[in-house]
Each structure stands twice: as C-alpha cells, then as structure tokens.
Design a protein around this ligand. Structure first.
Ligand code: MG
Length: 204
C-alpha cells in the first residue's frame, strides 16, 4: 500500500507557512513504515529539532482505480480516519530552499500516527461537510470543516488516479488546516472527528 499526502489544501495553512496557492493538488508520499497505529506513542526522533504535527482527514481506498472520474470517486472509499502528518520542519525548510524532495522531512518511520477508521455512512455526514479538530495538551490548536478544502476529496481521487493507480488499502492524507505547530516530549495530541475522540498520541 502507499500513503499519498496532499500539501497546501487549506488557505489559512498556506498563509501561515507563506506558501503559494496551488493551481492543482500538490502531493507527496510516505512509506508504509511511516504508519503508527493503535494510538501508540510517538518517539521524538533525534535527527530534528523542530518536529511539527499536522492533523488531517485520511481516506482509505477500497478498490483498484485508474483515471477515476470525479463523479464516481465516492465508489472508491467508505471510511475515514484522522492522521498526523508529522513533519521535520527544520529539514523541510532546508529541502524547500534547496529545491529538494520532501522525503526525509515527511516519510521517516512513524511519521504517520493514524486513528481507527470510521465508516462514513455510520457517521451520517457528507464527505465535504465533516468537522475535525486537534487538541494539544487540552487546548484546541487545529479546527476545521472539510468544506474548507481547496480541492475536495473526490477531486483529489480523480486527480491522483489520472497519474497513479489507486489500490485497495491506499491512504490519502488530505492536507492540514492552519494551526500546525511544534511538539515536545510529554505533549499529548488528541484528534476528534465531529465530537468523537478517535486519535490519541502521546509524545515520548
Ligand atoms: Mg500535511
């Protein structure tokens, strides 16, 4: 399986990092070894001094698809989760400055803590109208609704599958809203889908 991550999909986040608004989705990859499941703790790596959380809605692909039209995209997923796109911001800034790929800053081991998956039908919400928020040490640091995405989930699936075949089990991290920030040992990150807590990540 592959993990496809969308960059720059919320306007306020683009502004906070001084990036430009993309005309088409920007995406990059994490490796399967990036996954950190079952609410296991995240161990602060010794190769960065600026690890940051980015809470994102994650969509799981249910079946193989290539060049999926946007109007049929909903047939290719049925469950969502919350994930943290952990980012080595100091290394990423260097990569951006030197026009290098983001592999090191984004795809390192355990850089993708992920919650259980929730069936969208059971949630009873439209994919383009889902609220989620992240607490850091009991304070809300990120809060959004998927209607704030620049590129919708269905558009992303259509766009990505034009170039890359999507396979069963692939995950799409759909981009982070504003409020990203540093973590340190001892922090607790908690992700809520609507009002239900589904992600718990202790920083060790
Ligand atoms: Mg991200």
């Amino acid at each position: 399986m592959k993990i496809i991550c969308i960059g720059r999909n919320y306007l306020q986040h683009i502004k906070e990092l001084n990036h430009t608004i993309p005309k088409e989705p920007v995406f990059f990859f994490k490796c399967d070894t990036a996954l950190l499941e079952n609410n296991n703790p995240f161990y602060y790596p010794d190769y960065s001094n600026d690890v940051q959380y980015e809470c994102e809605l994650v969509v799981k692909i249910d079946k193989v698809g290539k060049t999926i039209p946007q109007r049929l995209a909903k047939n290719y997923y049925s469950s969502i989760a919350l994930g943290l796109d952990m980012t080595l911001r100091d290394i990423q800034e260097k990569e951006i400055k030197e026009s290098l790929p983001w592999s090191l800053s984004k795809a390192f081991d355990y850089s993708a803590p992920i919650s259980e998956f929730i069936n969208i039908k059971e949630l009873g919400k439209d994919i383009d109208n889902i609220n989620f928020h992240l607490l850091k040490n009991n304070t809300i640091v990120q809060k959004t609704n998927t209607s704030d995405m620049i590129f919708s989930v269905d558009y992303l699936i259509s766009y990505i599958s034009k170039y890359i075949t999507l396979k069963t089990g692939d995950l799409i991290f759909t981009g982070t809203p504003s409020g990203v920030g540093k973590i340190k040992e001892g922090d607790l990150l908690e992700g809520f889908l609507e009002e239900k807590k589904i992600l718990h990540c202790q920083i060790k």
